[in-house]
Design a protein around this ligand. Structure first.
Ligand code: ADP
Length: 474
C-alpha cells in the first residue's frame, strides 16, 4: 500500500506541485507520514520530515475520506517554483484524495481478510490434530471389545466401529485440506499404472457403491497406460469422486469410471446418474466448505472439503479437474486431466524375437483380484499355463497339485506376507526348483535386500515390465 501511495505522489509531481506528501491517521489518532516525493532524491528525506505548516502559504492539504471518516491527508506544496494553486488544482487534488482513500481502505480490508483466513487455516490444522488424538484409544477400545466377543455388545460395537471409521475419514480430510492450503503436501512421484490406480481407488469406494445398490462399470485402455504421479494422492482423488458419485446418486443408478490417454495426458472420468449439479454451482463446489444443499439428511454427509482436496491435489500434479452436469437429476461427470504420460520404449528387436517359445507353469499370488486378472490374462496370451491365488495359504493349496516353474508373489498379502510365503516355500524340498519372483510396489535397496533374505530369486517393482518377465521365463 505504501508503494501505491508513493507512486501516487510521484505522478502528481511536478504536474500539480513541487513536492507531495501523504499522511495517514495512526492507531493513536495522530498523523504518520507514509509517502513523500520530491524530484531531487536528496531532498526526499527532508520532505518526509517536513511539516506542511512550514510552507503553509504555498501548500494545500486535502483530507483522505473513506466511508465518512478522515483517514489521512494529501499535501501538495510549491517550494522552488513560483507557481500557485488555483481552484481547479484544489478540485483535482480533492478528487485524487477521494480515490486514494478508497484504495487505502481496500488494502486495509484485504490485509484483515488475509489475516483472518490465515487464522482459520491454523485453527483447522489444530482442530484436526486435536480431534485425531482421542480417536486412537477409541479405536483400540473397540478392537478390545471385539476380542472380548460379548454377544450382547456386538451390535453396538459394529455401529460404533462404522461411525468411528467415518469420523476418522472426516478428520483425515480435514487434516489434508489444512496441509494442502498451507502448501505442506509433498508429492512422491513415481510411474503409475492407470489400471492399478483405478483398482486401488475402487478398493476404498466399492463398499459405498455396493451399499447404495448402484451398478458400477469400469472402462480402461487396452494397452497399459503409465504416467508420473503420487500413487496415494491420485487414488485419493479418484476415491473422493467415486464416493461422491455413490453419495449423490439415486436408487438403481449407475457409476461409471473410465480412463484413457489424450496426447500426453491421462484423463479419468467419473460419471453418475445422480441428482446432478446446477450450472451456476459448477465453479463453487470446488471451494472450501461449499455444499449445494446441506447434507443434514445424508447419513454419510461430509464437510464440503472433499472437492477442495480433489482440486488442490490435481493442481499440485499440474492437472485440471472440472464437472459437467445439466443439474436437476441429470447426473454429473467429473473429469480429471493429468499430464505426464510415460512413453513406452519401443521393444528392442533382440528381446522381441525371444518372445516366449517355452510355455511355463506360473503361479500368480496377489490379493488384488484386478491385478491377478490382468497379469494372468497377459501370461496366458503368451502361451503359459497360469494358476492364481489371493493369499499365502491359498497359494500353498494350489501348489499341492500344480507343479509351478515360477511363482510371482505380491509382498503385501493379508495374514501371511509374501516374505513369509517365500521362506516357507524355500524350506520345503519339493519346491526346490520353483523360481520365486517378488512383485511389489516397493523398489528401494532395503526392500530388495529383504526379499533376497526371504529367499526370492528376483525382485520386480510394479507395474511389472513384461519384457523383463519374458526374458526371465526364457
Ligand atoms: P461433501 O460431499 O462433503 O459435501 P464435497 O466437497 O465432496 O463435499 O462436495 C461439495 C458439494 O458438491 C456436495 O455437498 C454436493 O452438493 C456437490 N456434489 C459433489 N459431488 C456430486 C455429485 N457427484 N453429484 C451431485 N452433487 C455433487
Amino acid at each position: 500500500m505504501r508503494l501505491t501511495l508513493a507512486n501516487l505522489c510521484r505522478v502528481l509531481v511536478p504536474r500539480l506541485a513541487d513536492w507531495c506528501t501523504i499522511d495517514l491517521v495512526d492507531d493513536n489518532g495522530g498523523l504518520a507520514r507514509v509517502a513523500a516525493y520530491h524530484p531531487d532524491p536528496n531532498r526526499v528525506a527532508a520532505v518526509m520530515q517536513q511539516s506542511s505548516n512550514e510552507v503553509a502559504e504555498r501548500a494545500i492539504a486535502v483530507p483522505l475520506i473513506a466511508h465518512g471518516t478522515t483517514i489521512g491527508t494529501l499535501t501538495l506544496a510549491h517550494a522552488e517554483s513560483d507557481r500557485g494553486f488555483h481552484d481547479d488544482d484544489v478540485a483535482l487534488a480533492t478528487d485524487i484524495a477521494r480515490r486514494a482513500a478508497s484504495a487505502v481502505e481496500n488494502a486495509h480490508l484485504f490485509t484483515r481478510l488475509r489475516e483472518e483466513d490465515r487464522r482459520k487455516d491454523e485453527f483447522l490444522a489444530t482442530l484436526a490434530h486435536e480431534l485425531r488424538n482421542p480417536l486412537a484409544p477409541l479405536s483400540s477400545g473397540l478392537e478390545l471389545l471385539k476380542k472380548l466377543g460379548d454377544p450382547r455388545l456386538e451390535a453396538t460395537r459394529v455401529i460404533m466401529d462404522r461411525q468411528l471409521t467415518h469420523l476418522v475419514r472426516l478428520v483425515d480430510d480435514l487434516l489434508d485440506v489444512s496441509r494442502v492450503t498451507r502448501d505442506k503436501i509433498v508429492l512422491r512421484r513415481e510411474p503409475l499404472d492407470v489400471e492399478s490406480l483405478v483398482a486401488t481407488a475402487l478398493e476404498v469406494s466399492r463398499a459405498a457403491i455396493d451399499k447404495a445398490g448402484l451398478v458400477l462399470t469400469v472402462s480402461l485402455p487396452n494397452e497399459p497406460l503409465v504416467f508420473e504421479g503420487d500413487r496415494t494422492r491420485i487414488a485419493q482423488v479418484l476415491s473422493n469422486l467415486l464416493n461422491n458419485a455413490a453419495k449423490y446418486n439415486v436408487p438403481g443408478g449407475n457409476v461409471a469410471v473410465s480412463a484413457y490417454r489424450d496426447d500426453k495426458d491421462v484423463v479419468f472420468e467419473i460419471a453418475d446418474t445422480g441428482i446432478g449439479i446446477a450450472r451456476e454451482m459448477h465453479g463453487q463446489i470446488f471451494e472450501m466448505f461449499v455444499q449445494v444443499q446441506r447434507n443434514y439428511e445424508q447419513p454419510q454427509g461430509g464437510l464440503g472439503i472433499g472437492l477442495t482436496l480433489v482440486r488442490r491435489l490435481v493442481e499440485l500434479h499440474g492437472g485440471r479437474v472440472w464437472v459437467e452436469s445439466n443439474g436437476d437429476g441429470k447426473g454429473s461427470k467429473f473429469v480429471v486431466r493429468l499430464p505426464g504420460v510415460v512413453e513406452k520404449s519401443a521393444p528392442t528387436p533382440a528381446i522381441a524375437e525371444t518372445k516366449s517359445k517355452t510355455p511355463r507353469r506360473i503361479l500368480v499370488v496377489d490379493d488384488n483380484e484386478d491385478a491377478i486378472y490382468t497379469l494372468s490374462a497377459l501370461l496366458e496370451l503368451d502361451g503359459h499355463e497360469v494358476r492364481t491365488a489371493t493369499s499365502g495359504p491359498a497359494a500353498l493349496e494350489v501348489l499341492r497339485e500344480f507343479k509351478a516353474d515360477v511363482a510371482l508373489l505380491d509382498i503385501g498379502l493379508p495374514g501371511m506376507s509374501g516374505y513369509e510365503l517365500a521362506r516357507h516355500l524355500r524350506s520345503q524340498p519339493q519346491h526346490a526348483t520353483l523360481t520365486l519372483v517378488a512383485l511389489t510396489g516397493w523398489g528401494q535397496d532395503e526392500d530388495r535386500r529383504q526379499s533376497q533374505e526371504a529367499g526370492f530369486h528376483h525382485h520386480f517393482t510394479k507395474p511389472v515390465d513384461l519384457r523383463k518377465l519374458q526374458s526371465l521365463f526364457e
